[in-house]
Design a protein around this ligand. Sequence first.
Ligand SMILES: *[C@@H]1O[C@H](CO)[C@@H](O)[C@H](O)[C@H]1NC(C)=O
Ligand SMILES: *[C@@H]1O[C@H](CO)[C@@H](O)[C@H](O)[C@H]1NC(C)=O
Ligand SMILES: *[C@@H]1O[C@H](CO)[C@@H](O)[C@H](O)[C@H]1NC(C)=O
Ligand SMILES: *[C@@H]1O[C@H](CO)[C@@H](O)[C@H](O)[C@H]1NC(C)=O
Length: 437
Amino acid sequence: MASSTFIKSIFLSILVLVSLCQAQKSASKPKAGLLPVSKDPSTLQYITRLNIGTPSVPKTLVVDLGGRYTWIDCTNGYNSSTYKPGICGSAPCSLAKSSGACTKDKINICYLIPENTVTGNIDLFGEVAMDKISLQSTDGSKPGPLNSVQDFIFSCARDHKLVIDLARGAKGMLALGRNPVGLPTQLASFFGGGLRRKFAICLPSKPKTNGVIFFGDSPYIFYPSYNESKTMDVSSRFAYTKLYVNPVSTAGAYTRGEQSTEYFVGVNSITVERKPIRINSTLLSINNRGYGGTKISTVRPYTVVESSIYRALVKAFDEAIIPVWNVSKVKPVKPFNDCYAVGNMGMTPLGIGAPDIAFVFENNVKWEIYGANSMVEISSNVYCLGFLDGGSRPRTSIVIGAHQLEDNLLQFDLAASKLAFSQTLILGAIECSNFKF
Ligand SMILES: *[C@@H]1O[C@H](CO)[C@@H](O)[C@H](O)[C@H]1NC(C)=O
Ligand SMILES: *[C@@H]1O[C@H](CO)[C@@H](O)[C@H](O)[C@H]1NC(C)=O
Ligand SMILES: *[C@@H]1O[C@H](CO)[C@@H](O)[C@H](O)[C@H]1NC(C)=O
Ligand SMILES: *[C@@H]1O[C@H](CO)[C@@H](O)[C@H](O)[C@H]1NC(C)=O
């Protein structure tokens, strides 16, 4: 009897252990993770807080959608017992494509050149580094338990001036770019098959609210402003288009043959009130020197287009807005060139009433942009067109900037090279801040 009870209890404890291990396993292998993202009102940059090091410290970082590698200012308050430098010849150095700048003297640490992509400044002596980070897991509807990632690869900046012109309190930039050391790929590699090589951004339009960055696949569940319990998976609204790779790096400093880590899409035309504007089609494709094409950026606050495209856009916009809304143009308000006295433009649920602008991708897939994303309020009487003139020979002809991304959810699928986008969520009375943190 006694021995059978004993065996039973051993059996039970094994069961308990097995289920505990399984619970732990599923906790440590999340299908998705998330980070909050908010808008800094003075710089219009988007910032997040990443828990890093031991003890774990939240660092404020500027979100750089196309960034090559995350970098952190290590000169100031970086003190972690799990920090490891990248040793020359080690896997992190080759993954990070650290340039040949390995010093063969006593330290033998590999180098990376971190870039502040807001200013274009670089630090020649950034080091490849690894440390533990932790992120909240999610089922798509709310944050779940924290998960740690060991040996997250980033670049430690040794020049404290690199953070100049970043949002107040920011200690570096979080890179979501398309390369082995971008955060989305590192998370997918660390957590294995469950967490897919996809991520989604939903940038909030209002300061002091949190939007969300999801790592891994949908659902991405938000609630409409009128009823918190009527939740919706916004991936059901997705339209799709291809992502392209620019074969020539767009970074400030790079090694020969390196491709760009930024996300390019194929815009075939831009329409105003459904009529295409005239665009020199050469500008819309990426040539063999890496010029032209369209990319998406979170570090440019407004969409910037090549001069001839800008002029065509404004011409069509003026023709549509001036007679219909009886508005008059007023003098430019920096950084904008084209500003309007409101006239008969009225407020709508989609922002100030203005002609619709759309980016048209392959197969006539359209991304419609309404007043909330096309216009910028200067005062109650004056609104400006939220697009900027990028000059006559910009590296990239169209840079879709953050104002146009706000309250839209965009999913970047790195494995399938596809962009999924929701169009403006405001159509369903949802804002990016309507996620239950
Ligand atoms: C770094 O952290 C360790 C352990 O937490 C502590 O003993 C040490 O004083 C810290 N150093 C600095 C420069 O803050
Ligand atoms: C909100 O939605 C829930 C679920 O659909 C519904 O039961 C509830 O009555 C709604 N509340 C209001 C105030 O409309
Ligand atoms: C179109 O743009 C390309 C690249 O800037 C330029 O070389 C070409 O002359 C332009 N074509 C026309 C018709 O303006
Ligand atoms: C258009 O605006 C002008 C001046 O702002 C005003 O005098 C005129 O009555 C307006 N017309 C209409 C149709 O609203």
